[in-house]
Unconditional design. Structure first.
Length: 118
């Protein structure tokens, strides 16, 4: 039994690294080291400000969703974002968080109303 399991585990292992494959890996690694010049490094530092949580667009969206009237979170998001921006995972996640909070608040409010069956 144990020998059979060990044999199956051996099949899941990767094949041994050959000297040719190792050399190819080293050549490829030299090509993917990121920015090397001071200009490239300074530009890459700004990436988070363009599309991350600290970007002006993210802050603008956060304010727009916070100020949206009840039931208008998706409408406010469509007004604040282009279709390409709306597909960005960070912005889509923020809109989804606000949408869920809005629906939960609506449900809680309905439960508080007299004569409502929940």
């Amino acid at each position: 039994m144990y020998a059979r399991l060990l044999g199956e585990a051996m099949l899941l292992r990767k094949s041994p690294l050959t000297p040719a494959r190792l050399e190819a890996n080293r050549r490829n690694a030299q090509k993917s080291t990121g920015p090397r010049t001071a200009r490239g490094k300074s530009q890459s530092r700004m990436n988070a400000l363009r599309s991350g949580g600290r970007s002006r667009l993210y802050q603008h969206l956060l304010l727009a969703l916070s100020d949206a009237p009840p039931g208008a979170v998706l409408k406010a998001a469509r007004a604040a974002l282009t279709p390409a921006q709306a597909r960005h995972p960070l912005f889509a996640e923020l809109v989804e968080i606000f949408r869920q909070a809005e629906s939960e608040a609506t449900l809680r409010y309905r439960r508080l109303l007299p004569g409502q069956d929940s």
